[in-house]
Design a protein around this ligand. Structure first.
Ligand SMILES: NC(=O)c1ccc[n+]([C@@H]2O[C@H](COP(=O)([O-])OP(=O)(O)OC[C@H]3O[C@@H](n4cnc5c(N)ncnc54)[C@H](OP(=O)(O)O)[C@@H]3O)[C@@H](O)[C@H]2O)c1
Length: 183
């Protein structure tokens, strides 16, 4: 299997997550500790730190991180948090609470990203943006763990399949093969 080529800063809207093998990006109560102890390829964090110009997330995710910044604080920049009730949010440096439609949030986020990428750190907002045709890439790091429950990358009961094109040299309709053993 080929890994992806390094991410580039090109004003893209990335729906970007580390994801469990069974498709969860957080535990049922937004837990993130399941991804500790796994290695990412060398330079991966630096790649995203340098190509990310702004971050868009939702209120639930923001409230649980308690002002922690992406990439262990190594990334600094504008963060936009969508919420229907910005008035009860605690102000934080570089954080703007937005009550607007997701397309407007993307417009604001891309302007702030100034040519770098806008990272969408929310399953719920990503799904809305996918419906609007505003996701440029779904960018995932597959973590070899099965969670069984949690926040799915894409939760749309009753919806129709969303066909995707694979990015990379193997062709848009190629599948990916992975093999794991229980640890
Ligand atoms: N695995 C990874 O790499 C990774 C990276 C980043 C984050 N995460 C996880 O991703 C999870 C995000 O959780 P989530 O997607 O369930 O929730 P979320 O998107 O963070 O929050 C949902 C909330 O966002 C607000 N919202 C969403 N769409 C809106 C809109 N169109 N207009 C106004 N407000 C809107 C609403 O807040 P109000 O109720 O205030 O209106 C909604 O209840 C967290 O658990 C986080 O830890 C994982």
């Amino acid at each position: 299997m080929h890994d992806t080529t390094p991410q580039t800063a090109a004003g893209k809207v990335l729906w970007h997550f580390a994801m469990s093998l069974d498709g969860f990006v957080a535990g049922p109560n937004h837990e993130m500790d399941w991804m500790t102890g796994y290695s990412f390829r060398p330079g991966l964090h630096e790649e995203y730190i340098s190509t990310t110009g702004a971050v868009l997330g939702g209120r639930d995710g923001w409230d649980v991180v308690d002002d922690a910044r992406p990439y262990g604080g190594a990334w600094q920049g504008p963060i936009f948090v969508l919420t229907h009730h910005p008035e009860d949010a605690t102000p934080a440096a570089d954080v703007t609470f937005l009550d607007c439609d997701p397309a407007e949030a993307v417009r604001i986020g891309l302007a702030a990203a100034a040519g770098k990428n806008l990272e969408v750190f929310s399953p719920t907002i990503g799904r809305q943006l996918l419906d609007l045709g505003l996701i440029d890439e779904i960018d995932l790091h597959l973590v070899p763990v099965l969670l069984g429950d949690g926040k799915r990358l894409y939760h749309n009961p009753g919806g129709t399949p969303v066909r995707l094109h694979r990015v990379g040299p193997d062709g848009p309709t190629s599948t990916v093969n992975v093999r794991y053993r229980p640890a």
